[in-house]
Design a binder for this molecule. Structure first.
Ligand code: FAD
Length: 263
């Protein structure tokens, strides 16, 4: 469904590196203050980038609000990747004072803000690091959380965790390693498994959770954040085709479940 949100201009206030593979960009919206209900850490938005080939006017890409500042500025943590997509190309040459267009998306699909007896397991690659970090930061103080990060050696960033919180972060190079770890875990009735990463890996982990771990569909929330070898436009076009993933229970990129708060 087409978004009814208005498109506004934003200006780059600051860009700084987070390790070797990520950059944080602070944006100033060039409109009046956003209402507070929109300023949800971990929500998502679309940013519209210039087309590197100059064929289209602008090309939207989805990103996470890593953090909202009290004055209405917001941070986005971009993964530096080798692709030549419009977001990646823009990021390599972005400067203070650059303008982009921005459209608000919505809140995150998961909230861990309420108490819960059962653990929440969060799986993600670098593109989900901003969301997983904000979910942990804003989780209920006693919430038992396991974050399984799919990272390679160059990815040095991990979600920050306040000392004393029941949060465990671990890193894995392959989906098989994540699956092996998942087999050792016990999921209670209200246990939650959230996965956000590359779409093929997401799909495999979703099937594993449903078929091998026998979790219920309500417990498993998955989101393909990007897909190897395809641009965002190619993904959108493929999703309109009849054989997208050949699995009617799955979609590729974007969230798949209604808002879910296993609180
Ligand atoms: C809800 C949601 C929230 C997201 N939040 C963030 C976020 O906070 N930070 C963030 O960095 N990304 C985030 N993403 C992922 C981001 O939208 C995609 O990575 C997007 O495709 C990047 O656009 P692009 O123009 O660089 O590449 P595209 O033009 O879409 O693709 C060009 C090529 O680059 C490849 N590619 C795209 N992304 C990556 C990647 N991360 N690593 C390696 N290769 C890649 C593609 O497979 C393709 O071959 C989010 C996605 C969703 C759906």
């Amino acid at each position: 469904m087409a978004s009814t949100e208005t498109i506004h201009d934003v200006s780059v206030e600051r860009i700084y590196p987070l390790g070797a593979t990520m950059r944080r960009v602070t944006f100033i919206p060039l409109v009046g203050p956003q209402p507070f209900h929109r300023r949800v850490h971990g929500g998502h938005c679309q940013l519209f980038f210039p087309d590197p080939a100059g064929v289209r006017l602008r090309r939207p890409r989805t990103f996470t609000y890593r953090r909202w500042h009290a004055d209405g500025r917001f941070d986005v943590d971009f993964v530096l990747h080798d692709g030549n997509g419009p977001a990646a190309v823009w990021l390599r040459q972005a400067r203070h004072g650059d303008n982009l267009q921005w459209r608000h998306g919505g809140p995150p699909k998961v909230s861990l803000a309420g108490p819960c007896d059962d653990a929440a397991v969060l799986i993600g690659d670098m593109t989900a690091l901003p969301l997983i970090s904000t979910l942990i930061e804003n989780a209920h103080i006693g919430r038992d959380i396991r974050a399984l990060m799919l990272l390679n050696d160059s990815h040095t960033q991990l979600p920050p965790v306040e000392p004393g919180r029941p949060v465990k972060i671990s890193r894995y190079k392959t989906v098989s390693q994540v699956e092996a770890e998942l087999r050792t875990m016990t999921f209670g009735q209200s246990g939650l498994l959230f996965v956000a990463c590359e779409a093929n890996k997401m799909r495999r982990l979703r099937r594993f959770a449903l078929d091998d771990l026998e979790l219920s569909g309500k417990q498993v929330i998955t989101s393909g954040y990007w897909k190897a070898g395809l641009t965002a436009e190619e993904i959108d076009a493929a999703k309109r085709g009849p054989d997208w993933f050949a699995d009617t229970n799955l979609s590729g990129v974007g969230h798949e479940q209604p808002r879910h708060s296993m609180a």
